[in-house]
Design a protein around this ligand. Structure first.
Ligand code: CTP
Ligand code: MN
Ligand code: MN
Length: 509
């Protein structure tokens, strides 16, 4: 069969092929000097070979365009060892005993792992002398196990080990562009596609691999196909070059600037933050003033070490007033992320009065003000009304008292003299979110504030459509039985919903 056709089981778009330049890896990109790979085109096809070569090179493998004596590993697909040896003979290349003849499954595992994986029997090509062998399924033809993938992120385990970055990055850019254009429908389409690909235990390398995967509509399949064929998506490229996208991306990177303000600045023709910052006619909110003032610190991501240091500050301050309070780091860091745009905390205090509860964040903020650590704070009082039915809106905001802050985090003392990059400034501005919740709903609040956003959207959607229940950050309501279902832990909430428990680090949907 024509290898071009093989890759095209999905929807099709015509465009010019753009390979070549982006395919070449410079020598300094090579991480694994001992391996010299060559991928056999026979029975694989030019497109798929080119795609695999690019992927492998990006991961630091040395992949040769031509077969030579320096090649140590030959990778083939749908070829037996004798097929490869025959081919080598035609090429007049002597196969040394050190030369590894491997099935493409080995290379795919390597690409997934980002390093060479151990070669085992299942990877090595075998010489098939008799034809009976070709009748029984050979290892490389075994399809991936037919486990049905759920359309809901809350029924998938999504760790940070994303095998499909090349596709999910593209979808996230397209989704963001839809967000900037307030096109909610398309935003959801792209985010669901990104989310499902993040949960896959393998890298998609042909359209065939997308069969049976939910949430991939024609529109997203086209993007996948583009990337498989060309190594990039023309749609994504267009978005990245789009003025509106570029401006919105830049403007919303300022703390306190949302879509409304970005739209205004974009319409006024602004292109850079420095022009905006120095414009005499513009009025900024306090939040935006702080956003500009600490811009460089806030756009450089928060590390886990910084998050842990903030955690100590939060605990000390909270325990000074309510020694029995629980302080839990939520958000991305609870999901195991190594960096974040802020640090999120959930605070709850069993046995405290409503008054004490309401006062805590005020006291904490005042303490930091006195200590000179408070750079910005915006305290939102609770809008919680008892006996209120949970909201069925999947992106609903909650009613808890919360505080959006910028804190001054002093750099830890480092014993080595590597402090030149600090240039006199001994602290970094860090965005911190604090949420205070009544103890009865701490499990719901914890589940809600751990994210990811896509995971939250899907677990709510699942509750509504599959269980006739309403889940939000405060409660779980069973519409059939007309009762609130109590829970003391996240595990109990999953159990009420009839879901297998998904650990926080498996919620990176
Ligand atoms: N959240 C929420 N209501 C809000 C804001 C956030 O319920 N008004 C929840 C979301 O589910 C989100 C989590 O709190 O997943 C943390 O939000 P955020 O800090 O924005 O995202 P992270 O996942 O922590 O990512 P990042 O590393 O960028 O901070
Ligand atoms: Mn966060
Ligand atoms: Mn946050």
């Amino acid at each position: 069969m024509d290898p071009q056709q093989m890759a095209h089981t999905g929807p099709r778009k015509k465009r010019a092929r753009q390979m070549g330049a982006s395919m070449a890896a410079t020598p300094q990109d090579i991480k694994f000097q001992d391996l010299v790979l060559f991928i056999l085109e026979k029975k694989m096809g030019t497109t798929r070979r080119g795609f695999l070569m690019e992927l492998a090179r990006r991961k630091g493998f040395r992949v040769e365009n031509e077969l030579s004596d320096s090649v140590t590993h030959i990778v083939a697909e749908n070829n037996s060892a004798s097929d490869v040896l025959d081919w080598l003979q035609v090429q007049k290349i002597k196969a040394s005993s050190q030369l590894e003849l491997l099935d493409v499954s080995w290379l795919i595992e390597c690409i997934g792992a980002g390093k060479p994986v151990e070669i085992t029997g299942k990877h090595q090509l075998v010489v098939t002398e008799d034809y009976s062998a070709s009748l029984s399924p050979s290892p490389q033809k075994t399809p991936p196990p037919a486990v049905k993938i759920s359309q809901y992120a809350c029924q998938r385990r999504t760790t940070l080990n994303n095998h499909n970055h090349i596709f999910t990055d593209a979808f996230e850019i397209l989704a963001e562009n839809c967000e900037f254009r307030e096109n909610e429908g398309s935003y959801v389409v792209f985010m669901r596609a990104a989310s499902v690909l993040k949960s896959l235990p393998f890298t998609i390398i042909s359209m065939k691999d997308t069969e049976g995967i939910p949430c991939l509509v024609d529109r997203t399949k086209c993007v996948i196909e583009d990337i498989i064929e060309d190594g990039e998506s023309s749609e994504v490229k267009a978005v990245l070059n789009d003025e509106r996208y570029k401006c919105f991306k830049l403007f919303t990177s300022v703390f306190g600037v949302g879509l409304k303000t970005s739209e205004k600045w974009f319409r006024m023709g602004f292109k850079t933050l420095s022009k905006i910052r120095t414009d005499k006619t513009l009025k900024f909110t306090q939040m935006q003033e702080a956003g500009f003032l600490y811009y460089e610190d806030l756009v450089s991501c928060v590390t886990k070490a910084e998050a842990d240091a903030v955690s100590v500050l939060v605990q000390e301050a909270v325990w000074a007033f309510l020694p029995n309070a629980f302080v839990t780091m939520t958000g991305g860091f609870r999901r195991g992320k190594k960096i974040g745009h802020d640090v999120d905390f959930l605070i709850t205090s069993p046995g405290s009065t409503e008054e004490e509860e309401q006062q805590l964040l005020h006291k904490v903020v005042n303490l930091w003000k006195r200590e000179g650590l408070l750079l910005y704070s915006d305290l939102i009082e609770s809008t919680f009304e008892k006996l209120k039915k949970p909201s069925s809106k999947v992106d609903a905001l909650d009613h808890f008292q919360k505080c959006f802050l910028i804190l001054k985090l002093h750099h830890q003392k480092v014993d080595s003299g590597k402090s030149s990059q600090l240039q006199g400034k001994t602290w970094k501005a860090i965005r911190v979110d604090l949420v205070m919740c009544p103890y009865e709903c701490h499990a719901f609040a914890l589940l809600g504030w751990t994210g990811s956003r896509q995971f939250e959207r899907d677990i709510r959607r699942y509750a509504t459509h599959e269980r006739k229940m309403i889940l939000d950050n405060h409660a779980l309501y069973d519409k059939t039985k007309r009762v609130f279902l109590k829970a003391d832990s996240e595990e109990e909430i999953f159990a009420h919903l009839g879901l297998d428990y998904i650990e926080p680090w498996e919620r990176n949907a």
